[in-house]
Design a protein around this ligand. Structure first.
Ligand SMILES: Cc1cc2nc3c(=O)[nH]c(=O)nc-3n(C[C@H](O)[C@H](O)[C@H](O)COP(=O)(O)O)c2cc1C
Length: 220
């Protein structure tokens, strides 16, 4: 008897898909990039063959403009070629976020908030109909079932303190999009704590992956 090809696809394990977003303007010497490298290599040890998409925001991203807003408001079926073009980068960013099982955002705090490039990325991926929608019960995030790790470094600002406007906002806006399982891993106050700041984040990464890994593996 011939095997039913469909039965193979149902038993095949899917690889874990990760989207890594880097927001530091620095390459060399960036603490958040080092932490993301470490998290990804620890994850790869647990899930060999991990699929990693990378979005590096160091060179910036276009801000939303009038053409973008108009195109986004138009009914998708009614968009003309210019409107489709205005949304093409946003469509690409939404697609790579939508398929990710795990989101890793590596970001410094700049002037008490997130870097402008990361705000621009959020503006590009927050799309009515695609990543959130309004219902009679209020807004509903559509990117459910994902795990997010936010790796954050600061010079003097204590993450979670009253002057940290970056991590509460990031958690809120990710939740608005349906990503509610967010772990913040901080290498904060590096100017005061020196390498101890980075080391505490390194320890935190090992602990959360030991804790999260079985559930992440079952999710795919
Ligand atoms: C433009 C700019 C603004 C910054 N603003 C802050 C700030 O508001 N609070 C803070 O604690 N550190 C601030 N820093 C320090 C960075 O958060 C810190 O150096 C961090 O390690 C940078 O991340 P990276 O090492 O991944 O590049 C700022 C750095 C830059 C370049």
């Amino acid at each position: 008897m011939q095997a039913n090809p469909a039965s193979f696809s149902t038993t095949r394990l899917r690889v874990l898909r990760v989207l890594r977003v880097d927001a530091s303007a620095r390459g060399e010497g960036s603490i958040t990039r080092q932490l993301a490298d470490l998290l990804l290599s620890e994850l790869d040890e647990r899930a060999p063959g991990l699929s990693v998409a990378r979005r590096d925001l160091a060179a910036g991203l276009p801000f939303v403009d009038a053409a973008w807003v108009g195109a986004n408001l138009a009914e998708p079926d009614m968009r003309d070629a210019d409107q489709r073009q205005a949304l093409s980068l946003s469509d690409e960013l939404v697609a790579e976020l939508s398929v990710a099982d795990v989101l890793v955002i590596a970001t410094p705090i700049y002037n008490f908030g997130v870097p402008a490039s990361l705000k621009a990325w959020v503006d590009q991926v927050a799309r009515a109909r695609l990543t959130f929608r309004y219902t009679e019960h209020g807004p509903q995030g559509l990117l459910t079932g994902k795990k997010a790790y936010v790796l954050v470094a600061t010079g003097g600002t204590e993450v979670g303190s009253a002057i940290d406007f970056a991590t509460p906002w990031l958690k809120f806006v990710l939740g608005f999009l349906g990503i509610t399982d967010v772990e913040v891993i901080a290498a904060d106050r590096g100017m005061l704590r020196g390498d101890a700041a980075r080391q505490s984040a390194v320890g935190h990464i090992a602990r959360v992956l030991d804790r999260d890994w079985p559930a992440l593996a079952e999710a795919v």
